[in-house]
Ligand binder design. Structure first.
Ligand SMILES: *Cc1c(COP(=O)(O)O)cnc(C)c1O
Length: 398
């Protein structure tokens, strides 16, 4: 294919139809699982939710799990449970989806962005240390692309400084750090079930924790701050009685969604194996390509591969990231960029976060492209992506 005319210049695209960067796989078993709930007594607050929570807890090895309407709502709940409030600072990475920082703002606290390690793209523990003040209350590291952060180092810093660690593991269901499952290690861990993630409930998210106090707070926060647990109530007027003890939200997931999650979770090992296989195919194809950097993997972690990101060696190219990106789109490859650093989003710029505070993340942003990676891809799809990347980079290579 090399040397052939790019689709952006009127040539024939590598693919005749568009390949997205990620999407769900729903099978007949998933559909039947949802139908069963629709025909049952409970569409919400029913038994499917507890079952889903207990299955996620056992999959991750955590004691407790509390499901929410979204990963973002789950992060909000975790920030509440951690006691984050006005006057606090919370350290997170700029190389993430806005939700990892927005949840800090929801609680009236201040997000503080620490720069990434340019090798792993994960929050750099050394940079975390630089950002700690008397106001720091928590750290929200993100297991970016599915590759675990240096958890031992981060948890050690947190312990010394009495900080809560809330892991954003939206990318990392099924990932392992030093042979331990993500979700079983830290104070609280969030997983997302958005359709592009490892398993889906449509919208949905969950917090896993080993701490019974966080568990109780999360349950209550999810439902208006209301408890029906007699042990927690200050009065008791009778069997109808419930107590609203703080201002919570309605962040309850439905049984319809939980049923889909239960069914999807049965296939998680197979989904992750496919993602790993396709990532290995990309690595193999691109490891000697001098125009791109394949994603470095630390030996401490075992990624569950939510995203496959290449970094362009712009010095070797005649074109920009935008040129390469647009050319790949025209070849019908659904490339993406994960992410625009959060502090550069206009809302955060208005809050006063200047450009230049996280130079490593900003440099990466100018070079990165996400290639399609999901468990519903075929090997042929992977070969198409490889062919398109080679075709476009051959053209733009110096
Ligand atoms: C998807 C995602 C979230 C938010 O999850 P939702 O379920 O979409 O609310 C948070 N952080 C990261 C890194 C994500 O990728």
């Amino acid at each position: 294919m090399s040397g052939s005319k790019l689709a952006i210049h009127g040539g024939t695209p590598v693919r005749s139809h568009y390949l997205p960067y990620g999407r769900q796989v729903i099978d007949e078993e998933d559909i039947q699982s949802v139908i069963k709930v629709l025909q049952s007594d409970f569409l919400t607050t029913g038994p499917a939710i507890e079952q889903f929570e207990s299955e996620i807890a056992s999959f991750t090895g955590a004691k407790y799990a509390v499901a929410f309407t979204s990963g973002t709502a789950a992060l909000h709940g975790a920030c509440y449970a951690a006691g984050i409030g006005a006057g606090h600072e919370v350290i997170t990475t700029p190389m993430t989806f806005a939700a990892s920082a927005n949840c800090i703002l929801y609680q009236g606290a201040k997000p503080v962005f620490a720069d990434i390690d340019p090798l792993t793209y994960n929050l750099d523990p050394k940079r975390i240390k630089d950002k700690i003040t008397e106001k720091t209350k928590a750290i929200i590291p993100v297991h970016f692309t599915g590759q675990p952060v240096e958890l031992d180092e981060i948890n050690k810093i947190a312990k010394e400084k009495n900080l809560v660690v809330i892991e954003d593991a939206a990318h990392a269901l099924g990932a392992k750090y030093k042979n331990k499952s993500i979700g079983s290690i830290g104070d609280m861990t969030m997983f997302s079930f958005h359709p592009v993630k490892h398993i889906t409930t449509g919208e949905g998210g969950i917090i896993t924790t080993n701490n019974p106090m966080y568990y109780e707070k999360l349950l209550q926060f999810r439902s208006h701050g209301i408890t029906r647990n007699p042990d927690l109530m200050t009065q008791n007027h009778g069997p109808w009685y419930y107590e609203m003890q703080f201002l919570g939200y309605n962040y309850r997931i439905t049984d319809i969604q939980a049923a889909l999650g239960i069914s999807q979770l049965k296939k998680i090992d197979q989904f992750i194996d496919l993602r790993k296989k396709y990532a290995a195919m990309y690595n193999e194809a691109f490891q000697h390509t001098n125009t791109i950097q394949i994603p470095y993997q630390s030996s401490e972690g075992d990624s569950s591969w939510h995203l496959y990101i290449i970094s362009l060696n712009l010095e070797q190219l005649r074109g920009s990231r935008k040129n390469v990106f647009e050319a790949l789109l025209k070849e019908n490859i659904g490339v993406n960029v994960h992410y625009i650093p959060v502090h550069l989003l206009p809302y955060y710029q208005e809050l006063g976060y200047p450009q230049g505070i996280c130079p490593k993340a900003e440099q990466l942003y100018n070079r990165m492209i996400t290639l399609p990676l999901f468990h519903g891809m075929s090997e042929q799809d992977v070969y198409d992506v490889i062919r398109a990347v080679n075709k476009v980079l051959d053209y733009y290579s110096k």
